[in-house]
Structures are given as C-alpha cells and as structure tokens.
Design a binder for this molecule. Structure first.
Ligand code: AMP
Ligand code: GLY
Length: 426
C-alpha cells in the first residue's frame, strides 16, 4: 500500500509515523511535508495542498493507492471529491461534509435542528444588527465567531462591549478574515473543562478515539492569545465513562445521523470539541479532520493497524473492526518560535536532535522545520511537538519535558504547565 499524505505539520508527522508501523504500507509520500517528515517519507515541498490538479498529478505519478487529506482547507476546497472523481481512494470528508467545520452557520444550524447540545446563538450578516444585538443582550463575556475558516483565529471572547464591537467590525467591515467574516455567529459564553474527542466514522458507525486535552493560550495558566495549540495530553481525566456514554448518545451519533440525513454523510475523522458544562457536555466546535496537536498524543496510543482503519472508513465497513487502545498516557509539549503566535523569525538552527530529528526517550513530531545540509532549521511558529509516553500521565509528562530540555534553538518557548490541570494540580 502506497500512501500520499497531504499536509506538512506535526499532525501529519504523527500520522506518518503511525502508518510506518503498518506492515501493508510499503511507501509513504507527503506533500508538502517538512524537514522532520522528510526523514520518514518522500516529501514534495513545492506542492500546495489546495492546488487540486497538482495533487491529482502527484497521486498519479507516485502511484499512491490512497491519499490522506489531513488539513482543513483542501478538504473545504473539495480535494477528496476531486480525487474520487479520478478513481483515486481518499481519506477525508467531501466538500459538502467539510462544511461542518468550514461554516459555523452550517454547524450551528445543524445542532439546532437536530437538538444537539451547544451554546445558544444568533447569526448575523449585517454588522449594525450584530452590534445592536450585543447591546440588547448586555451579557459579557460574549463570544463572536467568524462563519468561515480563519486559521484557528476566528473566535473572539469579548470581555466588554468595546471588545465585542471591535471584533464584529474587524470581521465584518475590515474583513480581516476575508469572506470568512461576511457572516458571524454570536454565542453564549460557556464554562467548564474542555475535551477533544476525535472519532473515526464511515458515515454510519462512530468509533471514538482516546480523549485528549489541548492547551490553546500561549502562556502558562491559560493566559495570552490563542495559538494553534501549545500542548496536549491523552487520555483526558475529566472525560469519565459516564460522560463518554452521554456524548456518544447525545452528540456523536446524532451528528453523524444528521449529516447522513442532510445528504452529506461524513467519512473520515470527525473532531468534537466539547465543553463539560455543569448540566451536560456541549459542542464548542466541530473539525472535519484530525486535531493538531491532539493527533500527536492520540495516535501513539493506538494499538490497531491504522491502515486497516483507513480502509474500513473508506469502504464503509468500520463496524467490522475492533479498535484497541494502549492503557498508557501520552503528553506533547510544543516548542514554538520566539514571537509566536505573533511574527517570528525562521531559519534558526535547532540543537539536540539526531540525524532523524529525534532525541532519546521521546518522539519528536516536526511541525515547522526544514532540513538543510544535515541540519534542522526552524520554519514555522510551532516548531516541534515533543511527545512522551508513560504508564500514567505524570511519567508521560516527565518523559516529554526531559526531552524538551535536551533541545534548543534561539528564542524557543514552551509552556511548562502542560497537563497540570489534567492532573488536578491547578
Ligand atoms: P475554536 O477556535 O472554535 O476552537 O475556539 C477556540 C476556543 O475558544 C475554544 O477552545 C474555547 O476555549 C473557546 N470558546 C469557543 N466558543 C466558546 C463558548 N461558547 N464559550 C466559551 N468558550 C468558547
Ligand atoms: N487543536 C485544535 C485544532 O486542531 O483545531
């Protein structure tokens, strides 16, 4: 089985490392990939994942049997549909099903119509009306979300009227996210621990993976601006078997059923971002793909052959597979470039990695690196996801942090409190 992976971050590196363990997988290609991924797969750095004709040409040239589309934007652009139209097997939802992530208006309406618990909301396509609604509600914090994809930056939690008005105007009038902000969702602020649950689904059966916890804000104590994710742990201790049962019955199955009934069955990995409110688990967001950096802690715990699961999803026979997880814990600490999530330099040499981009006692997933003349250089905001595994969360964290200490580059920063809340130490 030859596989072409589309994407080039830590998530894709984790998928590729897992696929390398599968006996049927003979060759892995990755477009565009990155420096670390190039040690595990043949990379095509000049391919843009959203250039659909280029990806189709590459799939044919490499004779890839299966193309795995990992990032949100090529999914939303319809890459999976285009590959299938060429007779190429692809893992990921089609364009219509990808709206569950690519349009918050679509996903909020889906939840309302099918009674799936989520924050109360209103939708606006007019900035003045949105501002009037905020004045009328007079309840803060208030949550403002751009309808479309916005590189993970389309959610603003406004603490007062000035911040709320500013967010609406930046999205709708200044169009800081382009057309993604032509509509906004204004929703109720929820509180409670957050849980990420990634699920395999073939459009009928839902197979939840091990739960995880992301750490989005850049600084310790969940302070500072949001990032793509500064670290993760799995499993998430707040996600008890009782909550998991409720989530399955009240959220996962109804969502997959709704998508099928609406004529856009979802096949691939459906990510549920949940908030465990006092009353019940509620959906904060859906993603139409594996999470990043959730994948980096979930996949190391997967026992079952990933290639077999991919085939079962594509062939709609997921119910025939028994998916088994290791009874261990995993932690990922993201090392980021100085200045991230603002602007940051690139091309800084990274010390402490061997020729495969690894360091003893952990697995290092590369998010933003390039490999030049035998050396790894920084090439993105999030640079490395340093991952440790252990019989329990505490030892997994110790393994991850002791590896982080061996790696250095100028300006590197990382959160020192990943997993602390999960351990109940906060
Ligand atoms: P998202 O980009 O949709 O994942 O949202 C980013 C983060 O904003 C989430 O992980 C939550 O921490 C927070 N958030 C989003 N919606 C709400 C809400 N309705 N109430 C409270 N926090 C929220
Ligand atoms: N870690 C959150 C995401 O992948 O969207």
């Amino acid at each position: 089985m030859k596989i072409l992976m589309i994407g080039g971050g830590g998530r894709e590196h984790a998928l590729i490392k897992k696929l390398k363990e599968c006996s049927r997988v003979s060759e892995i290609f990755c477009a565009p990939g990155n420096g670390g991924i190039s040690r595990d797969a043949k990379c095509f750095p000049d391919i843009n994942p959203c250039d659909i004709p280029a990806v189709i040409r590459l799939a044919k040239e490499t004779n890839a049997e299966t193309v795995f589309v990992a990032p949100d934007d090529p999914l939303a652009a319809g890459l999976v549909d285009a590959l299938e139209a060429e007779g190429i097997r692809a893992f990921g939802p089609g364009k219509l099903a990808s709206r569950i992530e690519a349009s918050k208006v679509f996903s909020k309406n889906l939840m309302k119509n099918y009674g799936i618990p989520t924050a109360g909301y209103e939708i606006f396509d007019d900035a003045e009306k949105a501002v009037e609604y905020i004045i009328q509600q007079n309840k803060y914090p208030c949550v403002i979300k751009a309808d479309g994809l916005a590189l993970g930056k389309g959610v603003v939690i406004a603490e007062d009227f000035a911040a709320a008005k500013d967010a609406v105007e930046k999205m709708m009038k200044d169009k800081i996210f382009g057309e993604s902000g032509s509509k906004v969702v204004i929703e109720e602020f929820l509180t409670g621990p957050e849980v990420s649950v990634l699920c395999f689904t073939d459009g009928k059966t839902v197979a939840p993976m091990i739960s995880s916890m992301d750490h989005k804000p850049v600084f310790e104590g969940n302070k500072g601006p949001n990032t793509g994710g500064m670290g993760t742990v799995a499993p998430n201790p707040r996600y008890t078997p009782e909550i998991a049962r409720r989530a399955m019955d009240e959220i996962f199955l109804p969502t997959v059923h709704a998508m099928r009934e609406m004529g856009c069955p979802f096949k691939g990995c459906l990510y549920f971002g949940l908030m465990l409110t006092k009353d019940e688990p509620k959906v904060i967001e859906y993603n139409a793909r594996f999470g990043d950096p959730e994948t980096q802690v979930v996949l190391p715990l997967l026992e079952t052959d990933l290639a077999d699961i991919i085939d079962a999803v594509i062939d709609e026979r997921l119910s025939e597979i028994d998916i088994v997880w290791k009874k261990e814990a995993c932690a990922c600490v993201v090392m980021a470039s100085g200045g991230y999530p603002g602007s940051y330099p690139k091309g800084i040499p990274i010390g402490g990695l061997d020729e495969n981009g690894q360091t003893n006692g952990s697995t290092v997933y590369h998010a933003g690196t390039r490999y030049e003349n035998g050396e790894f250089l920084t090439n993105g905001g999030r640079v490395l996801g340093v991952t440790g595994i252990g019989s329990e969360l505490k030892s997994a964290l110790e393994n991850a942090y002791s590896a982080v200490e061996k790696i250095h580059f100028d300006g590197a920063h990382y959160r020192k409190d990943i997993g602390r809340q999960a351990l109940g130490e906060d």
